[in-house]
Design a binder for this molecule. Structure first.
Ligand code: SF4
Length: 289
Protein backbone atom coordinates (compact mmCIF):
# COMPACT_ATOMS: atom_id res chain seq x y z
CA UNK A 1 0.00 0.00 0.00
CA UNK A 2 3.00 2.32 0.52
CA UNK A 3 3.90 2.61 -3.15
CA UNK A 4 1.24 0.64 -4.96
CA UNK A 5 2.24 -1.39 -8.02
CA UNK A 6 -0.64 -3.82 -7.75
CA UNK A 7 -2.24 -3.34 -11.14
CA UNK A 8 -0.77 -2.68 -14.60
CA UNK A 9 -1.11 1.08 -14.08
CA UNK A 10 1.66 0.85 -11.44
CA UNK A 11 0.83 4.39 -10.35
CA UNK A 12 2.97 4.19 -7.20
CA UNK A 13 0.43 5.93 -4.95
CA UNK A 14 0.93 5.76 -1.21
CA UNK A 15 -2.57 4.45 -0.53
CA UNK A 16 -2.26 4.99 3.21
CA UNK A 17 -2.20 8.70 2.46
CA UNK A 18 -4.20 9.15 -0.72
CA UNK A 19 -6.25 7.27 -3.30
CA UNK A 20 -4.45 5.75 -6.26
CA UNK A 21 -5.38 6.23 -9.92
CA UNK A 22 -8.04 3.54 -9.38
CA UNK A 23 -9.70 5.71 -6.72
CA UNK A 24 -8.91 3.23 -3.92
CA UNK A 25 -7.17 3.97 -0.64
CA UNK A 26 -5.93 1.48 1.95
CA UNK A 27 -9.41 0.28 2.98
CA UNK A 28 -11.76 -1.86 0.92
CA UNK A 29 -14.51 0.25 -0.63
CA UNK A 30 -17.66 -1.87 -0.49
CA UNK A 31 -20.62 -0.48 -2.44
CA UNK A 32 -23.31 -3.11 -2.20
CA UNK A 33 -23.89 -6.83 -2.08
CA UNK A 34 -26.84 -9.09 -2.75
CA UNK A 35 -28.31 -11.89 -4.82
CA UNK A 36 -27.98 -11.20 -8.55
CA UNK A 37 -30.54 -12.96 -10.77
CA UNK A 38 -29.16 -11.80 -14.16
CA UNK A 39 -25.68 -13.33 -14.40
CA UNK A 40 -25.14 -16.27 -16.78
CA UNK A 41 -27.67 -19.03 -15.92
CA UNK A 42 -24.94 -21.35 -14.58
CA UNK A 43 -23.95 -18.61 -12.09
CA UNK A 44 -27.30 -17.18 -11.01
CA UNK A 45 -29.04 -20.58 -11.00
CA UNK A 46 -32.03 -20.61 -8.66
CA UNK A 47 -31.11 -18.34 -5.78
CA UNK A 48 -28.90 -15.78 -7.49
CA UNK A 49 -25.21 -15.07 -7.51
CA UNK A 50 -23.89 -13.59 -4.25
CA UNK A 51 -22.51 -10.48 -5.87
CA UNK A 52 -20.19 -8.08 -4.07
CA UNK A 53 -19.61 -4.72 -5.76
CA UNK A 54 -16.45 -2.79 -4.97
CA UNK A 55 -15.73 0.90 -5.54
CA UNK A 56 -12.93 2.19 -7.77
CA UNK A 57 -11.36 0.72 -10.90
CA UNK A 58 -8.02 0.96 -12.66
CA UNK A 59 -9.61 0.77 -16.10
CA UNK A 60 -11.60 3.91 -16.79
CA UNK A 61 -14.12 2.84 -19.43
CA UNK A 62 -16.00 5.98 -20.45
CA UNK A 63 -19.16 3.93 -20.99
CA UNK A 64 -18.91 2.03 -17.70
CA UNK A 65 -22.25 0.41 -16.93
CA UNK A 66 -21.47 0.83 -13.21
CA UNK A 67 -20.07 4.35 -13.47
CA UNK A 68 -20.67 5.63 -9.93
CA UNK A 69 -18.87 2.57 -8.56
CA UNK A 70 -15.91 2.58 -10.87
CA UNK A 71 -15.22 6.26 -10.13
CA UNK A 72 -15.31 5.51 -6.37
CA UNK A 73 -18.10 8.02 -5.88
CA UNK A 74 -20.03 5.72 -3.59
CA UNK A 75 -19.32 2.99 -1.06
CA UNK A 76 -18.37 2.32 2.53
CA UNK A 77 -14.88 1.61 3.84
CA UNK A 78 -14.70 -1.83 5.38
CA UNK A 79 -12.03 -4.11 6.80
CA UNK A 80 -11.07 -7.57 5.57
CA UNK A 81 -12.91 -8.95 8.61
CA UNK A 82 -16.12 -7.16 7.55
CA UNK A 83 -15.72 -8.45 3.99
CA UNK A 84 -15.32 -11.99 5.32
CA UNK A 85 -18.58 -11.47 7.25
CA UNK A 86 -20.26 -10.45 3.97
CA UNK A 87 -19.12 -13.74 2.41
CA UNK A 88 -20.60 -15.64 5.31
CA UNK A 89 -23.87 -13.68 5.22
CA UNK A 90 -24.35 -14.26 1.48
CA UNK A 91 -23.68 -17.93 1.97
CA UNK A 92 -26.30 -18.08 4.76
CA UNK A 93 -28.81 -16.32 2.48
CA UNK A 94 -28.46 -19.16 -0.02
CA UNK A 95 -26.21 -17.49 -2.61
CA UNK A 96 -25.08 -19.90 -5.32
CA UNK A 97 -21.58 -18.42 -5.20
CA UNK A 98 -19.58 -15.39 -4.04
CA UNK A 99 -19.12 -13.12 -7.05
CA UNK A 100 -16.43 -10.45 -6.63
CA UNK A 101 -16.97 -7.61 -9.09
CA UNK A 102 -13.94 -5.56 -10.12
CA UNK A 103 -11.75 -6.12 -7.10
CA UNK A 104 -8.33 -6.03 -8.80
CA UNK A 105 -7.24 -3.02 -6.73
CA UNK A 106 -8.02 -4.87 -3.48
CA UNK A 107 -6.14 -8.13 -3.99
CA UNK A 108 -4.15 -8.06 -0.69
CA UNK A 109 -7.34 -7.29 1.26
CA UNK A 110 -9.19 -10.09 -0.56
CA UNK A 111 -6.49 -12.57 0.36
CA UNK A 112 -6.77 -11.47 3.99
CA UNK A 113 -10.56 -11.89 3.89
CA UNK A 114 -10.17 -15.43 2.47
CA UNK A 115 -7.73 -16.27 5.27
CA UNK A 116 -10.39 -15.16 7.78
CA UNK A 117 -13.24 -17.00 6.09
CA UNK A 118 -13.04 -19.38 3.17
CA UNK A 119 -16.51 -19.66 1.53
CA UNK A 120 -17.91 -23.15 1.13
CA UNK A 121 -19.60 -22.12 -2.15
CA UNK A 122 -17.69 -21.35 -5.39
CA UNK A 123 -15.88 -18.02 -5.59
CA UNK A 124 -16.25 -16.11 -8.85
CA UNK A 125 -13.75 -13.40 -9.85
CA UNK A 126 -15.43 -10.91 -12.17
CA UNK A 127 -12.82 -8.70 -13.83
CA UNK A 128 -12.04 -6.35 -16.71
CA UNK A 129 -8.95 -8.55 -17.22
CA UNK A 130 -6.57 -5.60 -17.01
CA UNK A 131 -4.63 -7.57 -14.43
CA UNK A 132 -1.04 -8.50 -13.70
CA UNK A 133 0.00 -12.13 -13.86
CA UNK A 134 1.34 -11.81 -10.30
CA UNK A 135 -2.09 -10.79 -8.97
CA UNK A 136 -3.79 -13.66 -10.80
CA UNK A 137 -1.29 -16.18 -9.47
CA UNK A 138 -1.84 -14.90 -5.92
CA UNK A 139 -5.62 -15.23 -6.28
CA UNK A 140 -5.57 -18.54 -8.13
CA UNK A 141 -5.88 -20.86 -5.08
CA UNK A 142 -8.99 -19.01 -3.86
CA UNK A 143 -10.91 -18.61 -7.13
CA UNK A 144 -13.14 -21.31 -8.63
CA UNK A 145 -14.68 -19.48 -11.57
CA UNK A 146 -12.83 -16.82 -13.52
CA UNK A 147 -15.15 -14.32 -15.17
CA UNK A 148 -13.04 -11.94 -17.25
CA UNK A 149 -14.10 -9.50 -19.94
CA UNK A 150 -12.25 -9.30 -23.20
CA UNK A 151 -13.30 -5.81 -24.18
CA UNK A 152 -11.18 -4.81 -27.15
CA UNK A 153 -8.50 -6.05 -29.49
CA UNK A 154 -7.82 -2.69 -31.10
CA UNK A 155 -5.33 -0.45 -29.22
CA UNK A 156 -6.97 2.54 -30.89
CA UNK A 157 -10.39 1.67 -29.49
CA UNK A 158 -9.12 0.85 -26.02
CA UNK A 159 -7.15 4.10 -25.95
CA UNK A 160 -10.26 6.04 -26.98
CA UNK A 161 -12.60 4.43 -24.48
CA UNK A 162 -10.34 3.57 -21.52
CA UNK A 163 -7.21 5.66 -21.98
CA UNK A 164 -5.18 2.40 -22.14
CA UNK A 165 -3.64 1.59 -25.48
CA UNK A 166 -2.13 -1.57 -23.98
CA UNK A 167 -5.47 -3.11 -22.90
CA UNK A 168 -5.28 -6.13 -25.21
CA UNK A 169 -1.54 -6.63 -24.64
CA UNK A 170 -2.25 -6.96 -20.90
CA UNK A 171 -5.72 -8.52 -20.94
CA UNK A 172 -5.11 -11.30 -23.47
CA UNK A 173 -2.38 -13.07 -21.45
CA UNK A 174 -4.54 -12.56 -18.36
CA UNK A 175 -7.51 -14.20 -20.10
CA UNK A 176 -5.24 -16.99 -21.35
CA UNK A 177 -4.20 -17.65 -17.72
CA UNK A 178 -7.82 -17.75 -16.52
CA UNK A 179 -9.06 -19.83 -19.47
CA UNK A 180 -6.88 -22.72 -18.33
CA UNK A 181 -9.29 -23.46 -15.48
CA UNK A 182 -11.11 -26.69 -16.34
CA UNK A 183 -14.89 -26.40 -16.36
CA UNK A 184 -16.96 -28.28 -13.82
CA UNK A 185 -20.69 -27.85 -14.45
CA UNK A 186 -23.17 -30.12 -12.75
CA UNK A 187 -26.98 -29.87 -12.96
CA UNK A 188 -26.64 -26.52 -14.71
CA UNK A 189 -24.41 -24.94 -12.04
CA UNK A 190 -20.79 -23.93 -12.62
CA UNK A 191 -18.53 -25.03 -9.78
CA UNK A 192 -15.29 -24.23 -11.60
CA UNK A 193 -14.22 -22.87 -14.95
CA UNK A 194 -13.88 -19.68 -16.93
CA UNK A 195 -16.40 -17.56 -18.81
CA UNK A 196 -14.97 -14.85 -21.07
CA UNK A 197 -17.41 -11.99 -21.60
CA UNK A 198 -17.55 -9.56 -24.46
CA UNK A 199 -19.91 -6.58 -24.65
CA UNK A 200 -20.79 -5.48 -28.18
CA UNK A 201 -20.41 -1.71 -28.51
CA UNK A 202 -22.05 0.50 -31.15
CA UNK A 203 -19.91 0.91 -34.29
CA UNK A 204 -17.34 -1.58 -32.97
CA UNK A 205 -18.44 -4.85 -34.55
CA UNK A 206 -15.20 -5.30 -36.54
CA UNK A 207 -13.37 -5.39 -33.24
CA UNK A 208 -15.94 -7.79 -31.75
CA UNK A 209 -15.16 -10.26 -34.55
CA UNK A 210 -11.45 -10.00 -33.73
CA UNK A 211 -12.24 -10.63 -30.06
CA UNK A 212 -14.09 -13.81 -31.05
CA UNK A 213 -11.12 -14.92 -33.19
CA UNK A 214 -8.71 -14.20 -30.33
CA UNK A 215 -10.81 -16.22 -27.93
CA UNK A 216 -11.04 -19.13 -30.38
CA UNK A 217 -7.24 -19.04 -30.81
CA UNK A 218 -6.84 -19.89 -27.11
CA UNK A 219 -8.26 -23.35 -27.88
CA UNK A 220 -9.35 -23.60 -24.28
CA UNK A 221 -12.31 -25.20 -22.56
CA UNK A 222 -13.55 -21.78 -21.44
CA UNK A 223 -17.01 -20.49 -22.26
CA UNK A 224 -17.63 -17.37 -24.30
CA UNK A 225 -20.43 -15.01 -23.24
CA UNK A 226 -21.66 -12.52 -25.81
CA UNK A 227 -23.32 -9.54 -24.18
CA UNK A 228 -25.75 -7.24 -25.96
CA UNK A 229 -26.90 -5.14 -23.01
CA UNK A 230 -24.93 -1.99 -23.82
CA UNK A 231 -26.80 1.05 -22.48
CA UNK A 232 -25.33 4.57 -22.72
CA UNK A 233 -23.92 5.40 -19.26
CA UNK A 234 -21.24 7.48 -17.60
CA UNK A 235 -19.36 9.71 -20.04
CA UNK A 236 -20.87 8.08 -23.15
CA UNK A 237 -22.72 11.31 -23.83
CA UNK A 238 -19.36 12.87 -24.91
CA UNK A 239 -18.91 10.16 -27.61
CA UNK A 240 -21.63 10.52 -30.25
CA UNK A 241 -21.28 6.92 -31.41
CA UNK A 242 -21.89 5.62 -27.88
CA UNK A 243 -25.15 7.43 -27.24
CA UNK A 244 -27.37 4.61 -28.50
CA UNK A 245 -27.77 0.88 -27.85
CA UNK A 246 -26.47 -1.49 -30.52
CA UNK A 247 -28.65 -1.94 -33.59
CA UNK A 248 -30.32 -5.18 -34.66
CA UNK A 249 -27.88 -5.32 -37.59
CA UNK A 250 -24.82 -4.96 -35.35
CA UNK A 251 -26.17 -7.65 -33.06
CA UNK A 252 -26.92 -10.05 -35.91
CA UNK A 253 -23.45 -9.57 -37.41
CA UNK A 254 -21.58 -10.46 -34.21
CA UNK A 255 -23.96 -13.20 -33.14
CA UNK A 256 -23.86 -14.77 -36.61
CA UNK A 257 -20.06 -14.70 -36.61
CA UNK A 258 -19.93 -16.35 -33.19
CA UNK A 259 -22.38 -19.04 -34.28
CA UNK A 260 -20.24 -19.78 -37.36
CA UNK A 261 -16.97 -19.68 -35.43
CA UNK A 262 -16.97 -23.26 -34.20
CA UNK A 263 -17.03 -22.08 -30.57
CA UNK A 264 -19.44 -24.51 -28.98
CA UNK A 265 -19.37 -23.38 -25.37
CA UNK A 266 -21.17 -20.06 -25.52
CA UNK A 267 -23.81 -17.96 -23.83
CA UNK A 268 -25.59 -15.46 -26.04
CA UNK A 269 -27.57 -12.61 -24.56
CA UNK A 270 -30.65 -11.37 -26.40
CA UNK A 271 -30.62 -7.76 -27.59
CA UNK A 272 -33.66 -7.03 -25.42
CA UNK A 273 -31.27 -7.08 -22.44
CA UNK A 274 -30.25 -3.52 -23.40
CA UNK A 275 -32.31 -1.87 -20.69
CA UNK A 276 -31.55 0.09 -17.55
CA UNK A 277 -33.71 -2.47 -15.73
CA UNK A 278 -30.69 -4.81 -15.87
CA UNK A 279 -28.37 -2.30 -14.22
CA UNK A 280 -28.28 -2.87 -10.45
CA UNK A 281 -29.62 -0.22 -8.08
CA UNK A 282 -26.59 1.04 -6.16
CA UNK A 283 -28.46 3.38 -3.86
CA UNK A 284 -27.81 2.71 -0.20
CA UNK A 285 -31.26 1.30 0.55
CA UNK A 286 -33.27 -1.35 -1.21
CA UNK A 287 -32.41 -4.50 -3.10
CA UNK A 288 -30.00 -4.67 -6.05
CA UNK A 289 -32.87 -5.23 -8.50
S1 SF4 B 1 -4.23 -0.68 -7.83
FE1 SF4 B 1 -4.73 1.52 -7.84
S2 SF4 B 1 -3.17 2.45 -6.56
FE2 SF4 B 1 -2.40 0.39 -7.12
S3 SF4 B 1 -1.18 0.70 -8.97
FE3 SF4 B 1 -3.25 0.24 -9.65
S4 SF4 B 1 -4.22 2.27 -9.90
FE4 SF4 B 1 -2.39 2.58 -8.66
Amino acid sequence: MGSCRLCPLRCGADRKLQAGACGAGADILLVKYGLHPYEEPCLSCQNGSGTVFFGGCALRCVFCQNYALSRAKTGKRVSARQLADVFRELEERGAENINLVTAAHFVPQLLEAFRLYRPKIPVVYNTHAYETQAALRALDPYIDVWLPDLKFCSPKLSARYTGREDYFAVAYPAVAFMARRRPDIRDGKMYAGCIVRHLILPLCTDDSLRVIDSFAALRSEAYFSLMAQYTPCGEAVRYPELTRPITAREYRRVRGYLEQSGIERAFIQERTAASEAFIPDFSERGPLF
